[in-house]
Ligand binder design. Structure first.
Ligand code: HEM
Length: 245
């Protein structure tokens, strides 16, 4: 119960849920990069995920619980810090200002990423982008070969699946949508950069000796994460990727 009631417990909750969420966004990016292969890949992959049924719902619930706990712990810690700042002397003004700027940046990037996720779910998962301007559902896709995961065939040739390939590309052919994704992913990458630093600190993995090195690893990871995500809307917007229908 200390996880919920003490300040260090809330920091640990933030760090652990943060690790789960970083795992999700990294896996999601790797899955999405299949869009640069034949349409069978991303379409087979999306169909496979949908076919997991209850397992998919368990993963969704775990993700949702992590998002809720992450936001709850962040809000509780912010309120607690504000109350603590209100009373007692300020020992180091410079240090406090830096810490406040970083936490304010985390708060705002966090709000925008949350708004992005809600829009993103409506766009791709609930299907705003699955319909054309006349609100008719876009054509499906027939697999031209089998789709495998770790050597196992999980979707077979000739299966009719949802054309996620064309849906994503068509979505990003709208400049406003593509730019919104790029900005949101840029802010998410900044959020991750500071978050990774803080989580190493909380979990006691950041010694004076390693802190410079960890910062570089976090920087490279976040830069690659941003570039990987940028490639998809950029390629659709510039016409390198074209929908099938
Ligand atoms: C260029 C970037 C991205 C692309 C192309 C993309 C693509 C997609 C697609 C196609 C789906 C729907 C899959 C389906 O229902 O068949 C989806 C679902 C989802 N995406 Fe993304 N995504 C991107 C970035 C992100 C980011 C940055 C986040 C989180 C911050 C995110 C979070 C999610 C979530 C939570 C779902 C719902 C998963 C589920 O419950 O089924 N996505 N994404």
């Amino acid at each position: 119960m200390n996880l919920f009631s003490s300040s260090i417990g809330r920091k640990i909750l933030m760090a652990v849920t943060g690790v789960v969420l970083i795992g999700f966004v990294t896996g999601h990016l790797i899955g999405n990069l299949q869009i640069f292969q034949e349409p069978d890949h991303i379409n087979g992959y999306a169909h496979f995920l949908q076919s997991l049924g209850p397992a998919l719902w368990i993963a969704r619930i775990i993700l949702l619980v992590c998002v809720v706990l992450h936001i709850w712990a962040a809000t509780a810690l912010t309120l607690e810090n504000a109350a603590a700042r209100g009373s007692g002397p300020r020992y180091s003004v410079k240090h406090t200002i830096r810490a406040t700027l970083a936490s304010r940046m985390m708060r705002w990037t966090g709000y925008i990423v949350l708004a992005f996720i809600l829009y993103h779910l409506a766009h791709f998962t609930l299907g705003l982008a699955q319909r054309d301007t006349f609100k008719t559902v876009l054509p499906s896709y027939v697999m031209t070969g089998d789709y495998h995961v770790m050597g196992l065939t999980v979707v077979t040739q000739d299966t009719e699946v949802h054309d996620v390939y064309s849906m994503v590309i068509r979505g990003f052919q709208q400049p406003v949508v593509a730019v919104f994704y790029i900005v949101a992913i840029g802010l998410l990458s900044l959020h991750l950069l500071h978050g990774i630093d803080s989580l190493f600190q909380t979990l006691g993995l950041r010694s004076a000796k390693w802190s410079g090195c960890l910062r570089k690893v976090a920087l490279v990871f976040c830069a690659l994460y941003f570039l990987g995500n940028l490639l998809i809307p950029a390629a659709a917007l510039l016409g390198y990727l074209q929908p099938l229908s």
